[in-house]
Design a binder for this molecule. Structure first.
Ligand SMILES: Cc1cc2nc3c(=O)[nH]c(=O)nc-3n(C[C@H](O)[C@H](O)[C@H](O)COP(=O)(O)O)c2cc1C
Length: 309
């Protein structure tokens, strides 16, 4: 049985979602926060709220940072460390052109010199356990071959690999077979990530890649929040049970977001994202009804109907 990690998803897995997921079902070893970055010389207050310990009570959370220089790395690491965290995840995988063209996320993979500088800084924080989340490269899969020997110079908790390139974004097949090769050239434990949405896939990975140290899941867990729990407890829930859990989480999320968000439109836009990856679970027609509901009243009526699937 492999440990399961909840992937960071900007705009989806915020502190509210993580708290509710952990409270209602859990099953994951920890939750990675969406990346925190330097903007206008500081950290956005929204990001600070997201990682504030008081908003993450009883939730195993690892903050993730994104950077393009040892200066940004140092600033963010110090700020996160000051908040009391002992673990930090380093984002070397984000494919958003806005970040990548500034050498952040997967953009940094074309700059081994900067990665070398970061590694030197990592060594200066022995009190922090770092992990890395990365892609195979920005432009091509050879880039990781240059980066891995640099990452081998320190002990990371693990390195999560989303086996695509940055320019692929989320398109095309994930290249799981690259993992076998990477296991040979990485001194650090590797975690597999990308397009894993079913228990069968998880069991297959466990069998096919015995060298792998864990599985990280993002969209699959948004679409079936009980997935990690089911896998970790060796059970398989029915569609009805899975939807029932989502409905309970939904009501708890509504209650929490109504304290923060203003007006029906904000609420509708936020709550619709909860169902965005659940089309396979709830079916095409109900999914369309929820997503195209247009106003909060119709939306809530469409959600009510999910009880009868
Ligand atoms: C909307 C969205 C936001 C994301 N935000 C982040 C992020 O902040 N940090 C990060 O490392 N990856 C981020 N990712 C990538 C996911 O963590 C994950 O690597 C990717 O979705 C593949 O895994 P999955 O198929 O299990 O979702 C994001 C992906 C999506 C679709």
């Amino acid at each position: 049985m492999l440990p399961i990690y909840f992937a960071p998803l900007q705009g989806y897995t915020d502190d509210v979602y993580r708290r509710i997921h952990q409270q209602f079902i859990g099953g994951v070893k920890c939750y990675y926060t969406p990346f925190v970055r330097v903007e206008a010389g500081g950290i956005r207050s929204k990001d600070l709220r997201d990682i504030a310990p008081e908003n993450n009570k009883n939730v195993p959370v690892v903050p993730q940072i994104i950077f393009n220089s040892s200066k940004e790395f140092e600033y963010l690491t110090n700020r996160v460390e000051e908040m009391g965290y002992k673990q930090i995840d380093l984002n070397m995988g984000c494919p958003f052109p806005l970040q990548a063209k500034h050498k952040r996320g997967s953009g940094i993979l074309q700059h081994p010199g900067i990665v070398e500088e970061i590694i030197d800084k990592v060594k200066q924080h022995p009190g922090i356990e770092f992990s890395v989340k990365m892609r195979l490269g920005w432009e091509n899969e050879e880039e990781i071959e240059q980066i891995m020997p640099i990452l081998n110079k320190v002990d990371f908790q693990h390195i999560t690999i989303h086996p695509r390139t940055g320019i692929q974004q989320y398109k095309g097949n994930v290249n799981y077979s690259a993992l076998e090769r990477l296991c040979k050239i990485s001194r650090n434990h590797l975690i597999i990530n990308g397009d894993i949405t079913t228990l069968e896939q998880m069991r297959e990975i466990e069998e096919q890649y015995p060298q792998i140290a864990g599985i990280m899941i993002g969209r699959g867990l948004l679409g079936t929040p009980s997935l990690a729990y089911e896998y970790s407890n060796g059970c398989e829930w029915s569609t009805r049970e899975r939807i029932a859990l989502m409905l309970k989480m939904h009501d708890a999320l509504m209650a929490e977001y109504s304290k923060i968000l203003k007006g029906d439109t904000q609420m509708l836009n936020k709550m619709r994202t909860f169902w965005e990856y659940a089309e396979n679970l709830i079916g095409r027609k109900p999914y369309k009804k929820v997503m195209k509901s247009g106003n909060l009243k119709n939306y809530l009526a469409a959600v009510q109907e999910l009880k009868f699937i």
